[in-house]
Design a protein around this ligand. Sequence first.
Ligand SMILES: Nc1ncnc2c1ncn2[C@@H]1O[C@H](COP(=O)(O)OP(=O)(O)O)[C@@H](O)[C@H]1O
Ligand SMILES: [Mg+2]
Length: 376
Amino acid sequence: MPRVRHAAARGIRAVVVATDNAGEAAACGVAAYGFGSLRDVVEHLDGRVRVAPCAVPPRAGEPRHEVDLADIAGQETPKRALEIAAAGGHNLLFVGPPGTGKTMLARALPSILPPLDDDEAIAASAIHSVAGLADPRHPILTARPFRAPHHTASHLALVGGGSPPRPGEASLAHCGALFLDEVAEFSPSVLDTLREPLEERAITISRAAGAATYPARFLLVAAMNPCPCGRYGDPALECRCLPEQVERYRGRLSGPLLDRIDLRAHVPRVPYERLRDEGRERSSEVRERVIGARERMRARTPTRVNADLTVAEVRRHCGVDGETEALLAEAVRARRLSARGYHRVLRVARTAADLAASDPVRGEDVALALLLRAEP
Ligand SMILES: Nc1ncnc2c1ncn2[C@@H]1O[C@H](COP(=O)(O)OP(=O)(O)O)[C@@H](O)[C@H]1O
Ligand SMILES: [Mg+2]
């Protein structure tokens, strides 16, 4: 697909490809002729056997999502964090004891992500094509990818490599989400390889045979326990870990990686009364708000979601009133927020305001952004 897209962009209008790839090629907007052998190609070119170009394959319908937000009891604040992440493209970490719904929450993310536009659909599908993972009947993705590599994943599996260079999970998640469950169990050196894609939004793989650059613009969602036994900070249960064990456990998520995670939400145990609560909001309603917020962002900064706003754009679009500024100043002092941390709070607050269809960033948006920056 990348080769056919490249050719199409240069004005080539017809391509010859292997039969199995004809659907993918046709989806790139050229006449794609599929053949099983070079002899068939020659016969076609000689005019002895005429072959028709492959039809553009139909798009698959919208997928059914495995988890709906309405399935999840309580967890109002983590749900808001998930909604803000989906709308503004902010990376997100869930921290909480086992069995409180962290994995479930993360798996509900695809149900509230906005639909892929045509360019994104082709770009994401092209990576699946290179990795040999395209579905021949429906080579064009209709939903944002959601990749959840296991914590035993190698460097190669996560960011790609090999000869010829293959894309890894981080590129397969392009235009979608990369979910790292039990993130503290990943090898720190493997996690460290994510810094490049998180900064550059792409991964370059160099090999003797040449270098390949694959896009890797994904939303990072991670989940972890607060300590090895999972009870640290739980008001009802006593944590049995030694302080240095707790510290070492959290230290596995390195500062530079944590620094790129705008949203950190605690996922507490759900009280009994909430387990049977009624009237929970469905994913489809939340998704409408996410789509509305994205439209507001596009009107302001057409090429960037709020998580990617430059410092100048933060200054221009995230102004707050005097009272809110005082709240921020207090937080910067009390939590020793860096300038970078300060801008991140404002970007998250901007997204919270967009979800509420508010032009100004309000005090409550900043308060929520500060709440969602808990220390892991
Ligand atoms: N908030 C919740 N609402 C509904 N069911 C829940 C909730 N939290 C946990 N569960 C149930 O417990 C199971 C385990 O939850 P999970 O998301 O794997 O927890 P965690 O990842 O925090 O350990 C889920 O499959 C679900 O059946
Ligand atoms: Mg889990």
